[in-house]
Design a protein around this ligand. Structure first.
Ligand code: NAD
Length: 298
C-alpha cells in the first residue's frame, strides 16, 4: 500500500519502520527534520518526504496514519484549509493512533465521515519497546468492516489488535485502562512503601503480593521499588519507560471524558492530582513508577 505517515516521534518512527519492513511504500511528514532524515537514510528509495500535511493528503495514497502528541496537534493536522481533511480524496482512509480524548476523536471522525472518508481511532499500548518489536496493542474504534479491511496494516505494527466498537471507542478503552494503571501504580507504591517501612524485605513483600489478592501488573511486571525486578525503570533510576507527564496527560483525558459523561472517577481524579504534584516538583520526565518517591522514606 501507499501509506502517508505524519508524526515520526518516539512511537511513530518505529511504527513507520515496521510498515516499511512489511513492504509498504511510505510518504512521511514531521515538523522535526532530523526524524524525517533518519527514516529516509534507513530505507533509501522506499520513503518519500513531503513538506506539509496537505501534501500528504493530496498525494493520492491508500491510507494516512497519524501519531501525534495530543488532541491539539491532531486538530491542527486534520482540520482547517491546510489540514488533511480539506485536501484528501475519499479514496484515502485515515487512521489516528495518537492518544487523545474520545470526544475529539469522534468530532474529527464525524467530519471525515460527512465528506466520505473512512476514519478509525487506533491508540496503542506497549510503549516504545512494543513499537520497535512490532508487538503493540491497538484499540480500534470505527466501522467494523473498515477495521477488518485494515487489520493487516495493524498486524504489521502490533500483535494484539482489538476492535472496541464505534468511533472514539479505541480512545475510551485506552483512557479507562491507563486510568486504572495510574491508580494501581500509586496503590502498589503505597503498599510497598508501607511494608518496607515496617520492616519487610522488598522482594519478599512483592513475592507475597504477586501470589496474593493484591497482585496487579504494576506489582508483578513493573514493580516501582528499586531492585525488586531487573530491567524495569525502578532498577535504573526511573529512566526510560513511560514518562510521568504522559501518565498525567492520560489521567487528564480520563478526567475530561468523565466530566462530559457525568461519571464519577474519585480515585482517577486523586491519581491525577498526585501525578500533578509529582510533575510540579520537577519529576515529569521520570518514569511513572517513580511516584513511589513521594511515599518512600529517604
Ligand atoms: P513524540 O512527542 O515522541 O512524537 C510526536 C511527533 O509528532 C514528534 O516527532 C513531533 O515533531 C510530531 N508532530 C507534532 N506536531 C506535528 C504536526 N503538526 N505535524 C507533523 N508532526 C507533528 O510522542 P510519542 O511518544 O511518539 O507519542 C505519540 C502518541 O502516542 C501520544 O499521543 C502518546 O500519548 C501516545 N503513546 C505514547 C507511548 C510512549 O511510550 N511514548 C505509549 C503509548 C501511546
Amino acid at each position: 500500500m501507499k501509506i502517508g505517515f505524519i508524526g515520526l516521534g518516539n512511537m511513530g518512527s518505529p511504527m513507520a519502520n515496521n510498515l516499511l519492513k512489511a513492504g509498504h511504500e511510505l510518504f512521511i511528514f514531521d515538523l522535526v527534520q532530523a526524524s524525517v532524515k533518519k527514516l529516509l537514510d534507513q530505507h533509501p528509495g522506499k520513503v518519500r518526504a513531503l513538506s506539509a500535511p496537505k501534501e500528504v493528503a493530496a498525494a493520492g495514497l491508500d491510507l494516512i496514519i497519524t501519531m501525534l502528541p495530543a488532541a491539539v496537534h491532531v486538530k491542527s493536522v486534520y482540520l482547517g484549509p491546510d489540514g488533511v481533511l480539506a485536501n484528501v480524496s475519499t479514496q484515502t482512509a485515515l487512521i489516528d493512533s495518537s492518544t487523545i480524548d474520545p470526544q475529539t476523536a469522534r468530532e474529527v471522525a464525524a467530519i471525515a465521515a460527512a465528506q466520505g472518508n473512512v476514519m478509525l481511532d487506533a491508540p496503542v499500548s506497549g510503549g516504545t519497546g512494543g513499537a520497535e518489536a512490532g508487538t503493540l496493542t491497538f484499540m480500534v474504534g470505527g466501522d467494523e468492516a473498515e477495521f477488518t479491511r485494515y487489520k493487516n496494516i495493524f498486524n504489521a505494527m502490533g500483535k494484539n489488535i482489538v476492535y472496541c466498537g464505534g468511533s472514539g471507542n479505541g480512545q475510551v478503552a485506552k483512557v479507562a485502562n491507563n486510568m486504572l494503571l495510574g491508580i494501581s501504580m500509586i496503590g502498589t507504591a503505597e503498599a510497598m512503601s508501607l511494608g518496607v517501612s515496617l520492616g519487610m524485605e522488598p522482594k519478599v513483600l512483592a513475592g507475597i503480593i504477586n501470589t496474593s489478592s493484591g497482585r496487579c501488573w504494576s506489582s508483578d511486571t513493573y514493580n516501582p521499588f528499586p531492585g525488586v525486578l531487573e530491567n524495569v525503570p525502578a532498577s535504573r533510576g526511573y529512566t526510560g519507560g513511560f514518562g510521568s507527564d504522559l501518565m498525567l496527560k492520560d489521567l487528564g483525558l480520563a478526567a475530561e471524558a468523565a466530566k462530559l459523561a457525568k461519571q464519577p472517577i474519585p480515585l482517577g481524579s486523586l491519581a491525577q492530582q498526585i501525578y500533578q504534584t509529582f510533575s510540579l516538583q520537577g519529576n515529569g520526565g521520570l518514569d511513572f513508577s517513580a511516584i513511589i518517591n513521594l511515599f518512600r522514606k529517604k
